[in-house]
Design a binder for this molecule. Structure first.
Ligand code: ARG
Length: 461
């Protein structure tokens, strides 16, 4: 059996399956840069304490660069016995600069504070990339909304035609969700970006290392104030998984809307070929696979959150190996979200809309509320006008008219004498949309205001 870094008191060989079961290198090697960076700064801290000489430190820094290059070029040779990225990097550093110096690197440090540090650096960097991608997604939606501000479509509740809205208002609704995600992610980053380094295995650092120095040089916003928490807190993983889950939830609803809108029955939107696939059997088919995957992957990401919550439930204080189970779900969720944002951006920037179909789907019954509102303006209580408008709808149905706008003045006045000639102005979709000009509504001015606000919120970082 190969030498293990912690092998001192162990005499028996490990079950080979146990080695595999225990090893995290296959998935934690993606944190190689964070790990090397952490060691580079940690050894500076050791040098400040006089534990490393200036020469030793510079040899370590050189060695770390060599190891990093090997990873970058795909030339790092993994050896049996490399349990995880931390042991692999340290083993290799020893080969490069000699074990005598490399053997000092871990003084006062434990893999417990090391792995927590690496994870936080890695997560911080990945979330920062997600922020960038997310702002591009929001920007794409907002731009599209600005360009297509004049297109009307039905708004739905219960998937039933409800009231006319602007297509841009629908777009803006998802830009709003994603902007909230964006803001939430920034808040989360502050909690992720706290340094555990210098907490040792659990009890703290025996040589009084300057934790603030370590934190600052690793780009952290502060230090975690209790060493037991520093090594064992995985709330930042849970919160990141929750963030990913909620974001995917929004993505799934966005996708579901577009899937419905892309059916022949609706025909409001058409996906670009780049985001559709064909059927192996039915030549006419063009399937919205991109959207279905965006919708479906929500389940996988939430599964990671639920699974990890169970993994860390009831584990006793400080580090326990259960915590190694944080990586695969989190890495998978982060990658899934990253790809999902890019795909969603591609889909929304390349789909085409069918304005005629959207507007043809508007029906006069969708103005029944406006008809009720018309009488409200004449001083009739809304509860009464709601009833009167309902009567108009059913009267038009009885008479087999195409809509309430086809009722004659006599027929309307037979229902309620307060109807006047100006009622004709009600039967206009554009006017209905424009009437909703209070903040957040679907009138052009209100939608433009939303878009301005969204732009500001995402830029203001
Ligand atoms: N690879 C481990 C993890 O990801 C870190 C090692 C800490 N292990 C230990 N036995 N103290 O959690």
């Amino acid at each position: 059996t190969p030498a293990k870094l912690w092998g001192g008191r162990f005499t028996g060989a490990t079950d080979p399956l146990m080695d595999l079961y225990n090893a995290s290198l296959p998935y934690d090697k993606k944190m190689y840069a964070a790990d090397l960076h952490g060691t580079a700064v940690y050894t500076q801290g050791l040098q400040k304490l006089g534990i490393l000489s200036a020469d030793e430190l510079s040899s370590i820094q050189e060695g770390l660069k060599v190891v990093e290059k090997e990873w970058e070029l795909g030339k790092f040779v993994e050896k049996p016995g490399d349990e995880d990225i931390h042991t692999a990097n340290e083993r290799r550093l020893g080969e490069v600069i000699g074990k005598h110096i490399a053997g000092k690197v871990h003084t006062g440090r434990s893999r417990n504070d090391q792995v927590a540090t690496d994870m936080r650096i890695f997560v911080r960097e990945t979330l920062t990339t997600l922020l960038e991608y997310l702002s591009q997604l929001i920007g794409t939606i907002v731009n599209r909304a600005g360009q297509e501000i004049d297109v009307l479509m039905p708004g739905y509740t219960h998937l039933q035609r409800a009231q006319p809205i602007r297509w841009a208002h629908w777009l803006s609704s998802y830009a709003t969700y994603f902007t909230e995600d964006y803001k939430r992610l920034k808040e989360l980053l502050v909690r992720v970006n706290q340094s555990p380094l210098g907490s040792g295995a659990l009890a703290g650092h025996p040589y009084g290392i300057d934790r603030e120095f370590l934190a600052e040089n690793l780009g952290f916003d502060g230090v975690i104030g209790n060493s037991l928490v520093a090594v064992s807190d995985r709330d930042f993983v849970v919160e990141s998984l929750f963030w990913c889950s909620l974001f995917m939830n929004h993505i799934s609803r966005f996708s579901e809307d577009l899937i419905i809108y892309s059916t022949a029955e609706f025909g409001f939107v058409k996906l670009a070929d780049a985001y559709s696939t064909g059927s192996s059997l039915m030549p006419q088919k063009k399937n919205p696979d991109s959207l279905e995957l965006l919708r479906g992957k929500c389940g996988r990401v939430f599964g990671s959150l639920a699974g990890f919550m169970m993994s860390i439930k009831s584990i006793p204080s400080t580090y326990n190996k259960d915590m190694q189970e944080d990586k695969e779900p989190l890495f998978d969720a982060l990658t899934t979200v990253e790809h999902s944002i890019l795909i969603a951006t591609g889909v929304i920037s390349s789909l085409s809309i069918n304005k005629e179909k959207m507007e043809a789907a508007l029906t006069m019954d969708m103005l029944a509320t406006d008809l009720a509102d018309y009488l409200v303006m004449k001083g009739v209580p809304f509860r009464e006008t709601h009833h009167i408008s309902g009567e108009c709808v059913s009267r038009a149905e009885e008479l087999k008219l195409s809509g309430i706008d086809k009722l004659t003045m006599e027929q309307l006045q037979a229902i309620d004498s307060r109807f006047g000639e100006d009622v004709k102005d009600v039967f206009n979709f554009e006017a209905s949309v424009e009437r909703r000009n209070a903040t957040g509504g679907t009138a052009k001015s209100a939608v433009l205001k939303q878009l301005e606000l969204l732009k500001k919120q995402v830029k203001g970082n």
